[in-house]
Design a protein around this ligand. Structure first.
Ligand SMILES: [Zn+2]
Length: 310
């Protein structure tokens, strides 16, 4: 079969590889479509401690595919159910991941197939269903933020994740404001239930840009007594500055949000199927698998997500 594999930052190759051999409980999916995302672009540019630990690495994790005539999606991980995080109802500390959606076939490990694989509801386009993983992360982020009716929620980052967070915050009763992004993105921001603005004095700020500057800016924007959620991951050795005065004297709450849970993955699939927001507009480009390396090498300026077909 054909699959894209990452050899090193900037070195992505589509080549012939052996079709994965499923073990007991594993599920082999014929990929209909995979979607690019920000993590993939970041990994392509600068590598990744986990995803590129043992190159050449299978690549891509948002997908929709077919198993035994059924259309399915799966999240890219599943909790173990046994570690201390799982027992406490917190994020799992032993997540099992899958990768390799940029290919003809994708192996879903048994644990993920059992917990986080779902049939796609009728009428949902494959490329929309494939957004279940990032939207599950966004629902988790809004849950961690504790959005309540009427809260002004500033979101730093106007990419696909920022827009999905806006929709999740609006659906939770909040009033999202998307900070940053080019002027031509403004119409899209409104379609996802938000307005464009500077976010100053927001009740809640969600950092979704994944830079040290944005981490600091998030804390600067929130109102006294407000909550900041750090949603965008930074490199392991990052030590962004904190405003200790504001944190202490203005009693800010700073929380992290990482990944999704089986509950938010299920909720995300229902949210996509509801058609409440124009999810399909997040797919701005379509490429064949063979053309994926060229897309990563020189991403179009207006790229939100690309649908990749084998
Ligand atoms: Zn666990």
């Amino acid at each position: 079969m054909r699959a894209a594999r990452l050899y090193a930052p900037g070195d992505l190759r589509v080549e012939d590889v052996p079709k994965p051999a499923p073990g007991p409980g594993d599920v082999l999916v014929r990929v209909e479509v995979a979607l690019t995302d920000g993590t993939d672009l970041k990994t392509y540019r600068r590598g990744h401690p986990l995803l590129l630990a043992d190159p050449p690495a299978p690549f891509g994790h948002e997908f929709c595919g077919i198993v035994d005539g059924r259309r399915v999606v799966a999240a890219n991980s599943a909790p173990c159910g046994a570690c201390e995080g799982c027992v406490r109802g917190e994020q799992c500390r032993e997540l099992v991941f899958l990768s390799g959606a940029y290919g003809d076939w994708l192996l879903i490990p048994e644990r993920i197939a059992g917990v986080n694989m779902h049939d796609v509801p009728p009428g949902v386009a494959p490329e929309v269903a494939a957004m279940v993983e990032p939207l599950g992360c966004c629902l988790r982020g809004v849950e961690r933020a504790g959005v309540r009716t009427g809260d002004r929620v500033a979101i730093l980052g106007a990419g696909p994740i920022g827009l999905m967070l806006a929709a999740c915050a609006a659906d939770a009763g909040g009033r999202p404001v998307v900070v940053g992004g080019r002027p031509e993105r403004r119409a899209l921001i409104e379609e996802f239930g938000a307005e464009a603005g500077d976010g100053r004095g927001a009740d809640i700020v969600i950092e979704a840009a994944g830079t040290e500057e944005a981490w600091f800016e998030a804390e600067e924007l929130v109102r006294p007594g407000g909550t900041v959620v750090m949603f965008g991951g930074l490199p392991r050795d990052a030590r962004p500055p904190i405003d200790a005065y504001r944190l202490h004297y203005e009693e800010l709450t700073i929380r992290g949000s990482f990944h999704h849970t089986p509950a938010t993955v299920r909720a995300a699939l229902g949210f996509l199927a509801s058609g409440a927001y124009p999810w399909e507009t997040l797919v701005t480009h379509r490429v064949l698998l063979d053309d994926l390396p060229a897309l990563f090498a020189d991403p179009p300026r207006d790229l939100l997500k690309a649908a990749v077909t084998p």
